[in-house]
Design a binder for this molecule. Structure first.
Ligand SMILES: [Zn+2]
Length: 302
């Protein structure tokens, strides 16, 4: 019998690896997959990027869709809770662990919103892999800002420029004061740097600083992924931890290149020096892959 902590640690590691190492391992039992945060806003965690939701008698909003099976669980739970169809479906960005359940959710949704670069990036990624689920694409697109009132809540989306991908949206439930960061925060763990998907670590650092400045210490943040030791929700302080990790990656690679260290040697580390928390045993190549991506980014920029 596993202790709860061990269970969470093992299953969370499986979840976190899911976008990169497909796993059938369920993350949470259905009955504890939902967690309320504030004012009818909460999260759903099963497999893939954290789903955010607003669920009350007047509005049902869903942010991201994980994979077909977990999307079905999430939809069923939210529909049972509210008796509503989805008023607004949002994708934070195009990655498969955030859009893989789109085809499951979209038939129940009145509107499906994302940043305008998302459908193209999603199509390109789907063409590169041949074993993904059926794709469905957002069709209500915005450039830098989108907002609407739903029931007693105002939902505002902002795109700050290339960061984790070329089409990231930061979503704010204004009255609840809850922000969904998508994958702009991998909370105290390695991160996925997707150069073909439009990633820019310099833009990512800038975005984290802008979002940090836009909110307060009272704002609750939802992160796309998190080290089980730290979780997938937190405060804006987490954004600066993420910023410092990205800065640390860039400095590590720049210093290594200056010293003439070969990339294979630079990437042969389990942890980035100075960042002992940013580690997951189940994603052993997370840090090496991030180092290689930053190396490619730096050398292609010259
Ligand atoms: Zn992502």
């Amino acid at each position: 019998m596993l202790s709860r902590r061990t269970f969470l640690r093992r299953t969370s590691a499986a979840l976190l690896a899911a976008p990169f190492l497909p796993s059938a391992f369920p993350f949470h039992r259905t009955d504890d997959a939902f967690r309320s945060l504030r004012r009818n806003v909460g999260i759903f965690q099963q497999r893939g990027g954290t789903i955010g939701w607003l669920a009350n008698d007047d509005a049902l909003v869903v942010i991201d869709t994980q994979f077909p099976e977990s999307a079905q669980q999430c939809w069923t739970g939210l529909h049972d809770r509210t008796g509503r169809d989805i008023d607004l479906l949002i994708n934070t960005h195009h990655h498969g662990d955030h859009t893989g359940g789109n085809a499951t959710m979209q038939p129940h949704a009145a509107r499906h919103v994302a940043q305008q670069n998302v459908p193209t990036l999603q199509r390109q990624a789907a063409e590169r892999s041949d074993d993904g689920p059926p794709q469905a694409y957002a069709d209500d697109l915005f450039d830098t800002e989108w907002s609407d009132d739903l029931g007693d809540e105002t939902v505002r989306l902002r795109h700050y420029g290339p960061a984790h991908t070329g089409g990231d949206a930061v979503i704010h439930f204004e009255r609840a004061d809850v922000v969904h960061m998508g994958d702009l925060v991998f909370n105290r763990m390695p991160c996925f740097i997707d150069l073909p998907g439009g990633a820019s670590t310099a833009g990512w650092i800038e975005t984290l600083e802008q979002v940090h400045a836009a909110y307060t210490d009272e704002t609750i943040f939802i992160h796309g992924h998190g080290n089980p030791e730290f979780g997938v929700t937190g405060s804006r302080a987490d954004l600066l931890v993420m910023r410092d990790f990205l800065t640390g990656l860039n400095e590590y690679v720049a210093e290594g290149r200056k010293a003439g260290t070969p990339i294979d040697e630079l990437a042969a580390v389990e942890r980035l020096p100075g960042f002992p928390d940013h580690h997951l045993a189940a994603w052993a190549d997370g840090i090496p892959n991030a180092i290689r991506a930053v190396y490619r980014e730096q050398t292609s920029a010259e």
